[in-house]
Each structure stands twice: as C-alpha cells, then as structure tokens.
Design a protein around this ligand. Structure first.
Ligand SMILES: [Zn+2]
Length: 304
C-alpha cells in the first residue's frame, strides 16, 4: 500500500494532523471497476428463470448460471448440497461459492442469497430480492479475480434458502447460511473466516441504505465513510438504523465480524412487482464500487 512512501515523516512532529493524513493516505485509492450494465444483464438472466424458490428446478437453473459465470472468470466453482426439512418437506438446496486466493489463509466472505421467496398466489421473481445482490456478487467476482485489493483470501458465496416458506422463524429461514456455518465447523475451517460482507436488495431505483444494528459497528463505519468519500451519501444515508435478520446472523453468532448492506424499505419487497424495471444500474454500480473500495481498509483493520 502507499503507507511505506510516507514512513519517513515524523509522526510526533506532525501531530494529530499528520496521523489523520497518514490514515487517509493508507487507505488505497477508490476502485470504480464495477460495470452496472453487466450487473443488470446478470439480473435479467436470473429472473428469466421465473420464480426460483429453494428446492425448485428453476433454482437449480439459477445455480447453473452462477456456476457458468464463475467458471467463465477462470475461477473454480464449489457446491455444497444439503437436504434440510422445511414446511414443504425435505428439499434439496445448494450453496455455491468460489475462492479467490490471497497471500493469507484467512478469509473475507462476500455473500448474497440467490433463492426467491416462495409465494403460492403470484409469481415472484425477486429482481431486487435477491437477484440484485447475486448479480452484483458475480460482477465483483469478475473484477476481484484480477484485482484483489487485500492480502486476504476472498470467498464469494451464494446462499440457497434464505427465505422462509411460511412465517419467518429461526428454523424456517436462513437454511443456506446456517448450513454453511455448520459445514465450516465440521471441516474445522470456521476459524479462517475473518469477516462477512452480506449484500441483499441493493439495486432499486430509490435505494436508501441504513446502518444495520446487527452488524459490527467498525464495518458499518468503514463502509459508510467510504461511501461518503465517494459521494454516495444519497444512497448510504448518514442517519438512521435498521435491525436486519439475514444471512449474517449465523456468522455473527459465532463471533465473526459481519455487515449486512440491505434496503429494508424497498417498496416492492415480496411483491409481484419486484421486477427488473425497478432496478438501477447506477445504484448497483455505486454499491459495488463502495464495497470494492472498502476491502483494503477492512483487510488492514483485521490485520492490526
Ligand atoms: Zn426476501
């Protein structure tokens, strides 16, 4: 990073101003490599499968699309199949992920769920929930494969079965993320996970993101400060909080630092109208670039 260039400055002589200056210079330059049009194309492909709740054949098609795209970036696809009991009986679900190796073994996870919520009475394709974040994660994979701004290994994880089939409970929800944590426990890899950055509903035209109280405050600080620096305080609002129940909770319960970047005020949430035309390539680009540009600082924070 750029810090070494300035190592000859005497900190005591420079005082507070100097240390502030140094901390600014230490964070690497903003990265604006995310292509919002590519993200929109991925959402289009995902929703073209129609409703794709966990356990459905169309959800397998979506998993296949994710795998094809990951492979096309020259990355290896990992899949874990599991069979949880749900209110609709025992269903097959698949977590899909890829690994971008870093200098270090320790891992920062970037994640999204890729199932759409099951509704009996209307077709729900979930363009924003969570086509938007699945698509953005694919685009981040494309960018990060050649530009990992950290020394960490990066895992990009697509969770199946985030949505509940009936009313949201601890048992009927978060099937994929709970299984992912169990899998890591079984393999002894959970201790490698340094942080999780979760994206969910990040693409609507009226995107207004609030800090989540179930997320780690330091991660909120880094992401929201970066957004402000990049001129995106119209999306990452400076005031207001939410308390999100989402795929970050199973990781938080294990003491892993987490952040959920999620718009809980999406007006078409869980409605038939959650379709591609409600999304904004510009907003998807902004969120992607903020996350991308925050990774170096998150990694440095973890290495303190
Ligand atoms: Zn949902």
């Amino acid at each position: 990073m750029s810090g070494s260039k300035f190592a000859s400055f005497s900190l005591p002589a420079l005082g507070l101003l100097g240390s502030l200056l140094l901390s600014c210079l230490n964070t690497s330059a903003d990265l604006t490599l995310v292509d919002g049009d590519k993200v929109m194309q991925h959402v289009d492909k995902i929703v073209s499968n129609g409703p794709h709740p966990a356990g459905s054949d169309s959800q397998k098609q979506v998993a296949q699309y994710l795998a094809q795209q990951i492979s096309s970036f020259g990355l290896e696809v990992q899949t874990h199949t599991f069979h949880p009991t749900t209110p609709q009986g025992r269903l097959e679900m698949n977590n899909v992920w890829t690994v971008i190796k870093g200098e270090r073994e320790s891992v920062i996870i970037l994640a999204s769920h890729y199932d759409s919520k099951f509704f009996e009475n209307f077709p729900f394709v979930g363009a924003n929930d969570s086509g938007s974040s699945s698509a953005l994660l694919l685009e981040l994979a494309r960018v990060l494969v050649d530009n990992n701004p950290t020394r960490h290994s990066l895992w990009l994880v697509f969770f199946d079965g985030e949505e509940s089939f009936q009313e949201w409970t601890r048992i009927d929800s978060l099937y994929g993320s709970r299984e992912f944590v169990r899998m890591l426990k079984r393999s002894g890899e959970l201790s490698k996970i340094s942080a999780l950055i979760l994206l969910d509903m990040v693409g609507d035209k009226n995107l207004r993101l609030l800090r989540d109280l179930n997320s780690s405050p330091w991660l909120n600080e880094i992401i929201w400060n970066k957004a402000a620096q990049m001129g995106h305080s119209g999306i990452f609002l400076k005031r207001g909080n939410i308390a999100a129940e989402d795929d970050h909770l199973p990781f938080a319960e294990e003491g892993i630092p987490v952040i959920d970047i999620v718009n809980l005020n999406y007006e078409h949430w869980h409605r038939q109208e959650d379709t591609l035309d409600k999304l904004s390539a510009r907003n998807l680009t902004a969120v992607g670039n903020v996350v991308l540009s925050s990774l170096a600082e998150i990694s440095q924070y973890l290495e303190r």
